[in-house]
Design a protein around this ligand. Structure first.
Ligand code: F6R
Length: 242
């Protein structure tokens, strides 16, 4: 795992540049995309680059990590809505090429999602955020490293963290559908971004004292050969990268 500590806006620029470089090398590449506050700056940079005609997403395929169970596409808290509002509606990606796990008809999605990724040739570059409890996608502590797409009961800490996007904590869905840890580990390359003090505990555990086990889902990334971790100073404080 390679650790890069940068200012938050530099992270956004560098990660967007990495994505654009990949699209230029492989115009029909497969991107694995995350939601939440962390990748917002990356998506804003991508939209700018598209508007400046630096890149076209015409042949890009994408797979999102997760979705809340029970939220329809037009609910502004759904990850389907988030992706369209923050990225897809502003670039020339083909709507048939974007995939967000279905939080309503999830039974069918559970059967098909990993196969769709496989049929697309696998994920070339997976973008990840991290939860304060070390989750990646919605793989909460205790998730099997061998998991593929599955339903999950969100932990209290995740519900609390995500309540900042809702008008009250009661409105936060308690279940989600998420790509599994095995699904994520099959990506050819992974970039994880961590920003802010509330990610410091998990990032420190990842680099310092914690071994590789299911109590810290992000620790599975230590078994992947091609991972870059971008942190701002707050997230990386006290981390010793050897
Ligand atoms: C979202 C996702 C989650 C978030 C994590 C951090 O698709 O996979 O793992 O990356 O919960 O969320 P933020 O970025 O809002 O701090």
């Amino acid at each position: 795992m390679e650790l890069k500590v940068l200012e938050s806006n530099k992270i956004d620029e560098e990660v967007a540049n990495e994505i654009v470089t990949l699209i230029k090398e492989k115009p029909n590449c497969v991107l694995g995309l995350a939601t939440g506050s962390t990748p917002l700056g990356v998506y804003a940079n991508l939209v700018k680059k598209y508007e400046n005609k630096e890149v076209s997403f015409k042949n890009v395929r994408s797979f999102n990590l997760d979705e809340y169970v029970g939220l329809k596409h037009d609910n502004d808290q759904s990850y389907f809505y988030f992706m369209h509002h923050n990225l897809f509606d502003h670039i020339d990606i083909n709507p048939n090429n974007v995939h967000v796990p279905d939080g309503i008809n999830y039974e069918n999605c559970l059967k098909t999602y990993d196969n769709e990724i496989k049929k697309a040739g696998g994920i070339d570059l997976q973008i990840l955020g991290i939860g304060s409890n070390g989750h990646i996608a919605f793989n909460e502590p205790g998730t099997d490293f061998d998991s593929f797409i599955h339903l999950v009961d969100l932990k209290e800490s995740t519900i609390k963290d995500n309540s900042r996007f809702f008008s009250s904590i009661e409105e936060v869905p308690t279940r989600a559908i998420t790509m599994g840890l095995r699904s994520i580990m099959q990506a050819k390359r992974i970039i994880l971004i961590a920003k802010g003090k509330n990610k410091n505990h998990a990032i420190k555990a990842l680099f310092d004292e914690h071994g590789i086990d299911e109590t810290l889902p992000v620790s599975v990334l230590k078994l992947h050969p091609n991972v870059e971790i971008y942190c701002d100073k707050d997230a990386a404080e006290g981390v010793i990268d050897e």
